[in-house]
Design a binder for this molecule. Structure first.
Ligand SMILES: *Cc1c(COP(=O)(O)O)cnc(C)c1O
Length: 430
């Protein structure tokens, strides 16, 4: 760590840094959502947390509510709690997620298991609704769980997956599946189109309304993976005519490690919808313990077993914050934060050979910015040691995901300046 840094010598680098640090201060002063940062648990040894796209920070309320729930509800009400709201929680919390973040009328959203398991249910439900068709359209570069699931289900059902390779344009940073590709691949055999709304690597926002429309015109259904969109930008699933969707609650909904995922099923599909994990909690009257599975008439049919009541408590605390801020304002802050990341990266990191792996145009960029440099992996331990926490992706990427309600602009500055220093210490620019 004996390298001389641009900022150690009187150069234009110093002016740039001072200017950008000052800009960060002004952006914080003008931030209408700045006060929300106090709603999150402080982490004194963390200088800059830039991994909200993988695990959101806990609200301060999360710990209080977990303690109160344990003492008063679990401890005080004991088994009576199931009649006093716990049984309904997958649907009441689902409706809250629907209203606050999905643009979904009540009765279409449930809280289930992991995203993987919820997607498994929804993919089967969509295929059951198109029994005479033989093909699934999917993204060959989608998040692993989506690819593994869709191939496994296709194998089990004797269907064919038509894999689309995302288009890559290095200049604009756009990497993703485009409507024209889906248009070309969709036929009278297409049962289902399964895609992620926001690419987990590049942050590219797919044209969800256009692709949904193309799928419908071919007579197919859509399942959208919303893991990187929910809580990062406003969604209007009802208005977009989406059929099925699922997403995480531990990323931008700050539900905590392993908090259960939500699933959305459009009201028009629910009465005839089937799902493969037929459990006792998804029937019309669970406590009758009836002889045969009779699916509940409503969205409850997508619930399988005993819901993760305790694990929804921190999510409910975060929903208070999201409802208070409103998703339009959250997206406004998110765009300002990622614009600033791009500006900082251009000024401080590009001179070291760092390249941008995300769209420059905020209109097609989600909540994170990906950067590439061959020394990212070498710099990572230095960053962690210094309290700067980005998200490392092999082989050479860092994803910088400033969660809108919990991240300030000075924190972003400190993070990107720290990345520059760590890259220099790892030998960049030599
Ligand atoms: C994070 C993520 C998941 C996670 O699935 P889990 O079952 O919750 O582990 C799935 N899909 C995408 C696109 C993701 O980004």
């Amino acid at each position: 760590m004996t390298h001389s840094r641009p900022s150690d010598t009187p150069s234009s680098g110093t002016d740039t840094s001072v200017h950008l640090e000052e800009r960060a201060r002004r952006l914080d002063a003008d931030d209408p959502l700045a006060a929300f940062r106090d709603a999150f648990e402080p982490a004194p040894e963390v200088l800059s947390y830039l991994d909200g796209n993988s695990l959101g920070r806990p609200t301060r309320d999360a710990a209080n509510r977990l303690r109160d729930f344990t003492a008063d509800q679990w401890g005080g009400r004991l088994i009576r709690g199931w009649d006093e709201g716990w049984f309904e929680k997958p649907l009441t919390v689902g409706d809250r997620v629907g209203r606050a973040a999905l643009g979904a009328e009540p009765g279409q959203t449930f809280i289930g298991e992991s995203t993987t398991v919820v997607l498994y249910k929804l993919i089967h439900a969509a295929l059951d609704a198109r029994p005479d068709r033989t093909e699934i359209i999917a993204d060959s570069a989608n998040f692993p769980t989506d690819r593994y699931l869709v191939q496994g289900i296709a194998d089990a059902r004797g269907l064919t997956v038509r894999w689309l390779d995302p288009v890559h344009d290095a200049d604009s940073g756009v990497t993703g599946v485009l409507p024209a590709q889906v248009e070309k691949a969709a036929t009278a055999q297409t049962a289902l189109v399964l895609l992620s709304h926001i690419d987990y690597r590049t942050g590219y926002i797919a044209d969800l309304p256009a692709i949904t429309d193309i799928a419908h015109r071919a007579g197919a259904l859509v399942v959208w993976d919303l893991c990187h969109s929910v809580g990062a930008l406003p969604l209007t699933l009802d208005e977009w005519d989406v059929d099925f969707a699922a997403g995480c609650t531990y990323k931008y909904l700050n539900g905590g490690p392993g908090s259960p995922a939500f699933g959305y099923v459009a009201a028009r599909h629910i009465p005839s919808a089937t799902q493969p994990i037929r459990g006792w909690m998804g029937v019309a009257n669970a406590f009758e313990m009836g002889p045969a599975y009779e699916p509940h008439p409503g969205i409850r049919r997508f619930v399988s077993g005993t819901p993760s009541v305790l694990a929804m408590v921190p999510l409910e605390a975060m929903l208070d914050q999201v409802e208070a801020a409103g998703m339009e304002a959250v997206r406004g802050k998110s765009v300002a934060l990622t614009d600033f990341v791009v500006e900082l990266s251009d000024a401080l990191l590009a001179p070291l050979g760092v390249t941008l792996g995300s769209p420059r145009d905020a209109a097609v960029r989600g909540g994170h910015v990906t950067i590439h440099h061959e020394l990212c992996e070498a710099a990572l331990p230095l960053l962690w040691e210094r309290g700067i926490i980005p998200d490392f992706r092999r082989p050479n990427g860092l994803r910088l995901g400033p969660s809108p309600l919990s991240t300030g602009f000075a924190e972003v500055y400190a993070g990107v300046a720290g990345i520059r220093d760590a890259l220099l210490d790892a030998g960049a620019g030599e």
